[in-house]
Design a protein around this ligand. Sequence first.
Ligand code: SF4
Ligand code: SF4
Ligand code: SF4
Length: 227
Amino acid sequence: MNNQITLNNQITRMTKQMTKLPFLYFDSAVCSGCKTCVVACLDGRNDDTDHPRRNVIEYCGGSFRQRGDGAFVQDVYAYYLSISCHHCSEPLCLKACPNKALRKEPSGLVTLVGDCLGCRNCRTACPYDAPVFDLKTGKLDKCDFCIDRLNSKQAPLCVEACPLGALTLIEETDLENIDEDDLMVAPPPLPPWSLTKPRLMVGWPKRFTRADIEKLRDGRVANPEEK
Ligand code: SF4
Ligand code: SF4
Ligand code: SF4
């Protein structure tokens, strides 16, 4: 209940001055990988879309090894990253579109405004592999940050649905209180923040900090077929 009140206050505060899109904060330390956010993105829409605009990456690594005394030890790990379009300040998708079908709005939203040719150049260019394509039309169907909901003082469907509060909205000014290194370095396999300057902040998974980044690069995406 208190969480809901906080969320409502947060949304009211943000949408009153909807000149700028909020940032999304995803906390990998609390995400359980349940994918309720993905289901909410798909189910909450009023069309016959058959694909969500959000994806949860399951990232895992580590191994077992035998010590000199014969005992087996392990350092296996797994964590989750809930990903969609992050409405980047420097969107590579936009530059890659041969038909100039994408636009960066003054609010920060990256929208499809022209005719999508279905070439998927935007997806190839996006370091988050975020653009999603409608299976029936073959055209881009990207996350719009649930802008209609934001404009009516509601949180995006994925944010509202997460049972653990792993997805929250933050204002750009709140980033001033965040350590710049934490902002610039996201857990693998996410790219460095500087590449596109996404409207996204990612909290590190339990047991790890940005000091572990090199060790985590050896991991792999366990569910590539879900994208
Ligand atoms: S709903 Fe929340 S906890 Fe579940 S996968 Fe999505 S972000 Fe993670
Ligand atoms: S996340 Fe990818 S698709 Fe979205 S704005 Fe950034 S570069 Fe473009
Ligand atoms: S903001 Fe809306 S469209 Fe984008 S991933 Fe979340 S639910 Fe889907």
